[in-house]
Write a protein that binds this ligand. Structure first.
Ligand SMILES: *[C@@H]1O[C@H](CO)[C@@H](O)[C@H](O)[C@H]1NC(C)=O
Ligand SMILES: *[C@@H]1O[C@H](CO)[C@@H](O)[C@H](O)[C@H]1NC(C)=O
Length: 372
């Protein structure tokens, strides 16, 4: 027994982490939604013509006052779905510059708060070569930071998106699991192969793009919510509105977005994930007006709902028709005693951080999420 364990130990070093075997091919009979399992597939769990068209607006950047005041408040806050309930959206939050009093405000308004990372390090190399410990410090660290300083229950933070969409294969998934996260929203899927969210109990059929390392081993009940590409300028695939490179009048930008939704709606009605960056509004003429026009137009459709990515995963577990679909209304409570903290960063410089609870001693960071 000791010898076998020892050999397994050596093998894990020889072949890298972890030395498990690859996931087996998914058979729908063995992977039932009742058991929190779903094969990767382009098939709608119910009849596509009855299904709601779900769309998640997602933001993965620091939550700061300009984002909140200039964009979120005027664009999202007063909007409702066809059932009269407020629309949803998901914020994958990274740490630096984030104002945690605003994060709590978004949470109380019913939006989903997820994890981006602590450092949002801009080097792709960093994410490709990070160790499991690095990744857990990035994901669990940020989950702890959000929960503590925005004073929201940690169990309500379940989703993750990695910076630059760098998934490091099984290692990232393992880090998510160790961080208490249950789904990922970083893996792009082509607009012509729109996969529905699925679990990693079995082998994924999702295309692994050249810049990525994709998971190959089984991770029971861990969900992948594919980041659905749309078609940008010259029909080039893109997964962030800012990189789709569409220019034109507000109406032209709105029409382009409507076309993207129509192509999903007329097809399988796979949920769409729209990745919104504030720099799109800053650097693309008419994008703000175009996006608002698009949302106005969508609000006239009775089978289309804006929800969070978590709501999309929950719909997969309990798929109901558009006629029976109800936007999830989250009754949430939270105390916040807003305080501005002037803190020392690693390099000795000063950082401001707005918090709902008392100030830490130093600026929270990777490896020291509580700022001790
Ligand atoms: C990003 O990662 C590199 C190592 O790859 C490191 O030198 C650098 O300090 C990191 N930057 C941040 C902001 O964490
Ligand atoms: C496509 O990109 C080119 C080059 O940036 C630009 O001139 C053109 O207006 C764009 N077309 C659309 C429809 O956005």
């Amino acid at each position: 027994m000791k010898v076998i364990l020892y050999l397994a130990f050596v093998a894990s070093f020889a072949w890298g982490y972890p030395s498990l075997k690859d996931a087996s091919v998914c058979k729908t009979a063995a992977c039932m939604i009742e058991n929190d399992c779903r094969c990767s597939s382009t098939t709608n769990p119910i009849s596509a013509t009855d299904a709601p068209q779900l769309i998640a607006i997602t933001v993965s950047e620091s939550v700061v006052a300009t984002l909140y005041e200039d964009y979120l408040k005027p664009i999202l806050f007063d909007r409702t779905n066809p059932d009269g309930k407020p629309i949803g959206a998901t914020f994958y939050v990274n740490h630096e510059y984030t104002d945690y009093t605003l994060v709590q405000d978004l949470y109380l308004r019913g939006y989903e708060i997820g994890v981006h990372s602590v450092t949002k390090n801009s080097s792709q190399e960093y994410w490709r070569h990070a160790t499991l410990e690095d990744l857990v410090e990035e994901f669990y660290g940020q989950r702890q930071i959000i929960s503590h300083f925005a004073n929201i229950p940690i169990e309500d933070i379940v989703g993750g998106r990695t910076p630059q969409l760098q998934l490091e294969g099984d290692l990232s998934i393992e880090a998510y699991v160790q961080s208490g996260l249950t789904y990922d929203n970083s893996w792009p899927t082509s607009s012509s192969i729109r996969l529905f969210p699925y679990t990693l109990d079995y082998k994924s059929t999702q295309e692994c793009l050249v810049t990525m390392t994709c998971p190959t081993q089984p991770h029971e009940h861990f969900w992948i919510a594919p980041l659905t590409n749309i078609q940008g300028n010259d029909s080039i695939q893109c997964n962030s509105l800012a990189t789709c490179n569409i220019q034109g009048s507000a109406q032209e930008i709105a029409d382009w977005l409507i076309d993207q939704v129509d192509s999903a709606h007329q097809g399988t009605r796979a949920p769409l994930i729209l990745r919104l960056d504030s720099y799109w509004f800053q650097f693309t003429h008419n994008s703000y007006e175009g996006f608002v026009l698009f949302l106005d137009e969508m609000s006239r459709r009775n089978d289309l709902f804006f929800v969070s990515v978590e709501d999309i995963v929950n719909w997969m577990k309990n798929p109901v028709s558009a006629a029976n679909f109800q936007s999830t209304v989250h009754e949430r409570y939270g105390d916040c005693a807003p305080i501005s903290c002037s803190l020392k960063f690693l390099d000795g410089s000063e950082r401001w951080m707005k918090s709902c609870v008392s100030c830490p001693l130093s600026y929270p960071w990777k490896g020291n999420p509580m700022g001790k």
